[in-house]
Design a binder for this molecule. Structure first.
Ligand code: ATR
Length: 275
């Protein structure tokens, strides 16, 4: 019987995951279908019960449900539990198990451009859910120092305080971040700044950016945010959010099927959807 996979979110109409995963099912000859479902906050619990009753094989969870789904699942992967957010659920013999592939997806994508992140000083801009997933993943991935700059410093401090993996970390202010950019070999932009319609906004000034700093933005629409354009002009290497999106999907697909899929093909699929 055809297996059903899904993505639950609000909004969901513009999700690029269905076409990406359905293309992979076809490519690997898997008799399955991936369906988007528009689920409002108040309906999440019923939706999860429904998926369970229907025997759905696995699903993704996106905004705004990544955190509120935790108590609705039967089991949590330790990293997802530590992060407090789930983006991928696997139906393991009737048990819904929650994982978070966002951080690992980011790291896998990054490593397609950087040989290693060992011993690097990293600055994360932002302290929302995505920043937290990246922080936790990088904290146990061998980086040397992991600082956060966020508009609301307290949110950055909470991420640092609650992280179970010991790492040298400081919350830094805007001026300090701008002045000391050259101290970092990796700069990660996780806020919505630079997304449409505010495409000409920067989260901080890049005047002191060094060409040796690798700058990544988790935004992929637009493909080149202002921070990436400016970083490129300063001679820095850049990466947009396409890799993170593709690799978080690839890791979810692997959990569901046991196959780590062709990420170049996934990237082509997403680029075609972006138009
Ligand atoms: P997600 O959970 O999807 O990562 P989020 O929770 O909306 O996204 O987090 C967005 C992050 O971007 C937050 O760190 C937020 O800063 P605050 O903690 O001060 O709210 C940051 N952010 C969003 N809009 C911003 C803006 N206009 N200027 C500066 N920071 C902004």
């Amino acid at each position: 019987m055809k297996k059903l996979y899904a993505v639950l979110g609000d909004p969901i109409a513009h999700s690029m995951s269905p076409a990406m995963h359905n293309d992979l099912f076809q490519l690997y000859g898997i008799d399955a279908h991936y369906q988007p479902f528009h689920v409002k906050r108040d309906n999440l619990e019923d939706a999860i019960k429904g998926l369970k009753a229907l025997g759905v094989a696995g699903f993704n969870i996106t905004v705004p449900h990544k955190e509120s789904i935790l108590p609705l699942l039967d089991k949590l992967d330790p990293l997802a539990e530590a992060i407090g957010a789930v983006n991928t659920v696997v139906n393991e013999n009737g048990t819904f198990v929650g994982y978070n592939t966002d951080g690992a997806g980011y790291l896998r994508g990054l490593l397609t451009e950087l040989p290693s992140i060992n011993d690097k000083n990293v600055l994360i801009i932002g302290a929302g859910g995505a920043a937290k997933a990246l922080y936790y993943t990088l904290a146990h991935s061998g980086v040397h120092k992991l600082d956060i700059y966020n508009r609301t410093a307290q949110k950055a401090q909470t991420i640092i305080n609650e992280c179970p993996y010991p790492i040298s970390s400081t919350v830094i202010g805007l001026e300090e971040a701008e002045q000391n950019l050259a101290d970092y070999q990796l700069l990660i932009q996780t806020t919505p700044i630079g997304m449409s319609p505010d495409i000409n906004k920067l989260p901080l000034s890049l005047h002191n950016l060094n060409a040796d700093t690798f700058v990544s933005d988790i935004i992929y629409n637009p493909l080149e945010t202002k921070i990436l354009r400016e970083a490129k002009r300063n001679g820095a290497k850049i990466q947009n959010g396409l890799e993170m999106f593709v690799f978080q999907g690839a890791l979810a697909f692997e959990k569901w099927t046991g196959i780590f899929p062709n990420t170049e093909r996934m990237k082509t699929n997403v680029l075609a959807q972006l138009g």
